[in-house]
Design a protein around this ligand. Structure first.
Ligand SMILES: [Zn+2]
Length: 457
């Protein structure tokens, strides 16, 4: 258990050299620290030391008290400390459409409900208020980073900054116009301005986000590839979500969507392919060979009856699979604990194998795998010396998580988001004893009720 500390000793020595009298910002003591590192250790009776937003040490509690003094001391008895969840696919602002149109298949839901509602309501205010609602929900559920795809990414980025959460905002591309852009050229131009505005920002990065193969034609998709190369940022797209999408692509392009993206040069390690419920064995091999990442959104796939992502087969082939909630309009929440549990249990049923996606692998999919997909695994996704202090404390002293035979198992298979007590991003505390510190929960609730009135009138 001290191996982690020894491995990181050199870096710790280097960092602590710069700390006068070893007085640091924060020390957090938890019953269990689950760092999500190689071999999936669970550290008992350890303390995590944070200074200037970074993890500088993870060491036994007795040693910590002799080594450090801290401005903020947290003694979280009965808690497990894990890396913050990385929600690898969502549409934050759509939280204002939560529950508006349920129990429909994807294309009927989009064509007859979501797109008409967006045509009517999409605005800067809608995106600001919807993003704030989503981010508050995500922080309270232990998410410290989210990968967003929606209109007005500049607004979502601004609200994320205000809240102190880490985000990758998608520079959305559609063939058709919206309140945010007139068409592909305008989407690219506005997206590039957002990219420039947040270049080298500590919390916000950008991705190119062509919505889906059925809403973006070849020319803008080719431009996405060129820009992704030039800017060295991820590409975030819905792909192989439903059988309808496959049939439509065969009809309109004479090829399946993955083949089309391959032809356009988009199948490479920058691609985050969301959903992937319709895959042949050849396409699974192609996904592995090309190094693309798969963002798995099981609850959205289940609710829209889209199909089943073959997580077991993808992982055995070597594909990096991460987890996202999708938007609250198709889930209907942004609860990563719940999504992770659905992913872990559904993967077993789909693979007909109870050993598929075990608890530790599910936790990796919900944390470090998302960081890998976003190209920020050197910054976040696990609790390691030198990484950003993006951390979540979960109180396991609850009826539904007792007795704690195995804390990692309790986190994955039993804990609820109401047990998330404390959240930090880059060392800054965003949730303290279940209370939001950077957002006004009552004001957000009141604002959401006002939107309901407007949308229903
Ligand atoms: Zn989506």
């Amino acid at each position: 258990m001290t191996l982690l500390c020894q491995n990181n000793k050199q870096m710790t020595d280097k960092i602590t050299d710069t700390i006068s009298d070893n007085h640091i910002d924060t020390l957090i003591s938890c019953d269990w620290i689950i760092p999500v590192t190689a071999d999936d250790p669970v550290l008992e009776g350890h303390v995590i030391a944070v200074h200037h937003g970074k993890i500088i040490d993870i060491l036994p509690a007795a040693d910590a008290m002799q080594t450090y003094t801290a401005t903020h001391l947290h003694d979280l008895h009965h808690h497990a400390l894990i890396p913050g969840f990385i929600n690898a696919h969502t549409h934050s602002a759509m939280s204002l459409f939560r529950g508006m149109s349920d129990d429909l298949a994807l294309m009927e839901w989009l064509n007859n409900h979501i797109w008409p509602a967006e045509a009517k309501w999409l605005s800067e205010d809608f995106v600001a208020d919807g993003s704030r609602l989503a981010i508050a929900e995500m922080i309270k559920g232990g998410t410290t980073c989210f990968n967003d795809m929606y209109f007005y990414p500049d607004v979502t980025a601004r609200i994320a900054c205000e809240a102190g959460i880490r985000a990758t905002v998608g520079l959305i591309v559609f063939d058709f116009p919206s309140a945010w852009g007139e068409g592909p050229d305008d989407y690219f131009q506005k997206g590039l301005a957002v990219h420039d505005e947040y270049l080298n920002h500590p919390l916000i990065q950008t991705a190119l986000a062509p919505h889906a193969p059925y809403t973006v034609s070849d020319a803008p998709l080719s431009r996405v590839r060129l820009l992704a190369d030039e800017l060295d940022i991820p590409v975030h797209i819905h792909l192989h979500e439903t059988n309808d999408e496959i049939q439509g692509s065969l009809r309109d392009h004479g090829e399946r969507p993955m083949a089309r993206l391959q032809r356009l040069g988009l199948l490479n390690p920058q691609l985050i392919a969301v959903h992937m419920t319709q895959l042949t064995d050849e396409e699974i091999a192609l996904a592995a060979g090309s190094g693309i990442h798969v963002a798995h959104s099981p609850q959205s796939n289940l609710k829209l009856a889209s199909g089943f992502c073959p997580v077991g087969k993808l992982q055995r082939a070597g594909v990096n699979v991460c987890i996202g909630t999708d938007g609250a309009a198709s889930n209907n929440d942004l609860d990563m604990l719940d999504e992770m549990r659905t992913a872990a249990t559904l993967a077993k049923a789909v693979d007909n194998n109870a050993r598929t996606l075990p608890a530790a692998a599910a936790l990796r999919a919900a944390t470090i795998n998302g960081a890998k997909a976003l190209g920020i695994d050197d910054v976040t996704g696990s609790l390691e010396v030198g990484k950003s202090a993006d951390m979540v404390a979960i109180d396991l002293d609850s009826l539904r998580t007792q007795p704690v035979h195995h804390p990692l198992s309790q986190v994955v298979y039993a804990a609820s988001n109401s047990q998330v007590s404390d959240v930090w991003v880059s060392g800054k505390q965003l949730l303290s004893n279940r209370r939001l510190l950077t957002l006004d929960e009552n004001a957000i609730l009141e604002n959401s009720r006002e939107w309901l009135q407007k949308i229903q009138d």
